[in-house]
Design a protein around this ligand. Structure first.
Ligand code: AR6
Length: 175
């Protein structure tokens, strides 16, 4: 399976695209969103503003693509994960959508390598184990029918997330 796991800072990744855990405004924020805009510079925000002018806010579960500015990646895909509220099926489905819509958009841009952060597990409070199970299933299911993406990398910032992914991916024989 074309899945890799590592612990680190996603802004440093030399891949075709890194995914940002954005919010519906697309205008930046804290966490990984703040780190990407800081490291990538103003070109990313400029393009986000243009997208907003054209289509309005980015709905939860949807994704848009911009330049990566000064980052080593070629593009940034900005997706919006759901906020964990009661852990409803809808919240879980929207997290799956965030991963799969990012992958669909990546394929449309001929992306081969894509790195994901642990969407919704910071400010948006998804329990890490639940979010990881959804992320791994969403990506694994997508790769089952796609032959364009050569590598999906889960980039965990925190050790506990890394350990959860490591266990899940080992269990299913992926790594
Ligand atoms: N590289 C990789 N992962 C990171 C990095 C980094 N440099 N920095 C943080 N993380 P969060 P969310 C991890 O809060 O929960 C923003 O303000 C972090 O440890 O960034 O989807 C947006 O604008 C955590 O595991 O995103 C939204 O308003 C994961 O990234 C809101 O936060 C996601 O945490 C989105 O909340």
């Amino acid at each position: 399976m074309k899945i890799t796991l590592l612990q680190g800072d996603i802004t440093k990744m030399e891949v075709d695209v890194i995914v940002n855990a954005a919010n519906t405004s697309l205008l930046g924020g804290g966490g990984v969103d703040g780190a990407i805009h800081r490291a990538g510079g103003p070109a990313i925000l400029e393009e986000c503003r243009k997208i907003r002018d054209k289509q309005g806010r980015c709905a939860v579960g949807e994704a848009v693509i911009t330049t990566a500015g000064r980052l080593p990646a070629k593009y940034v895909i900005h997706t919006v994960g759901p906020v964990w509220n009661k852990g409803s099926d809808e919240e879980k489905a929207l997290l799956r959508d965030a991963y799969q819509n990012s992958l669909r958009l990546a394929v449309r841009h001929d992306v081969k390598t894509i790195a994901f952060p642990n969407i919704s597990t910071g400010v948006y409070r998804f329990p890490k184990q639940v979010a990881a199970e959804i992320a791994v299933a969403a990506v694994t299911d997508f790769l089952r029918t796609d032959n364009k993406i050569s590598n999906v990398i889960f980039v965990c910032f925190e050790k506990d997330n890394y350990d959860i992914y490591s266990q899940l991916l080992t269990q299913q024989g992926t790594i």
